[in-house]
Design a binder for this molecule. Structure first.
Ligand code: C2E
Ligand code: CA
Ligand code: CA
Length: 234
């Protein structure tokens, strides 16, 4: 297992805001297995608990390295699956890993999908509030593709919306209007917006013209191992 990191770039200045940690599995005979294939299996089998903690530890160590010395601020985002988010030990584990690695909570963001908030149970709100109290920010991943119940945006403390790549890459006029509408919702609620899957200069220009804060995608950089990210940043 290895973590790759994909940079997130601020659209107004071109500065790097941070990166998203994406898990890779280099299997001895199957080759590289995509996370979309093995994360669901890890979830079903219960192994996601261990795996997720390892990911978090690695991501925190990387965040410490990327923020060392006089390097510019760099936030590392970690994906949390349903099982991880629902774990009762999550907040304690996070606190422990931050302490062990020396990672500051401001250097960490969690990406969760809107589906996790739909149950609207008390524990989801408690978990999010506890993580936010630690100083960690929360992003909604794949925004607009789940069972969007916009109501949750008012109920839960959320810092960032990530516009799904299906909207970003859409060429249909109505998809573009939806991107503008999402940007407008986020602006009204004081949330930042990151566009995912930006592959062309035209897509970046459209997003920038309509006030999107940051972008991520092959146009800027693919997910890469840490040593490559360090070179890329340089
Ligand atoms: P995601 O969080 O939505 O991650 C974005 C996916 O889009 C990544 O796929 C990334 O490689 C891909 N991508 C980035 N830029 C572009 C682009 O410009 N064009 C296109 N076509 N694709 C782009 P990846 O790495 O295969 O990850 C798939 C999913 O697996 C992730 O979706 C995330 O939900 C999950 N995942 C990955 N790592 C972890 C992890 O450590 N923990 C958990 N729980 N889930 C993870
Ligand atoms: Ca993500
Ligand atoms: Ca996503």
């Amino acid at each position: 297992m290895e973590l790759h990191y994909q940079p997130k770039v601020l659209l107004d200045s071109g500065a790097v805001a941070g990166s998203e940690a994406l898990l890779r599995w280099h299997h001895p005979t199957l080759g590289t297995v995509a996370p979309a294939r093995f994360i669901p299996v890890a979830e079903e089998s219960g192994l996601i608990g261990h795996l997720g903690l390892w990911v978090l530890g690695e991501a925190c160590r990387t965040a410490v390295e990327l923020n060392a010395g006089d390097r510019p601020f760099h936030k590392v985002a970690v994906n949390l699956s349903a099982r991880e988010f629902q774990s009762r030990q999550l907040v304690d584990s996070v606190r422990g890993i931050l302490r062990e690695t020396g990672c500051r909570p401001q250097w960490l963001e969690f990406e969760i999908t809107e589906r996790l908030l739909l149950d609207r149970d008390e524990s989801a709100l408690d978990t999010l509030t506890d993580l936010r109290d630690l100083g960690i920010t929360i992003a909604i991943d794949d925004f607009g593709t789940g069972y969007s119940a916009l109501n949750y945006l008012a109920q839960f403390p959320i810092d960032t919306l990530k516009i799904d790549q299906s909207f970003v890459q859409g060429t249909d006029r109505r998809q573009k209007e939806l991107v503008k509408a999402i940007l407008s919702i986020a602006r009204c609620l004081g949330q930042a917006v990151v566009a995912e899957g930006v592959e062309t200069a035209d897509q970046a220009a459209f997003l920038s013209a309509h006030g999107c804060d940051a972008a991520q995608g092959y146009f800027y950089g693919k997910p890469m191992p840490k040593h490559e990210l360090l070179l890329w940043l340089h």
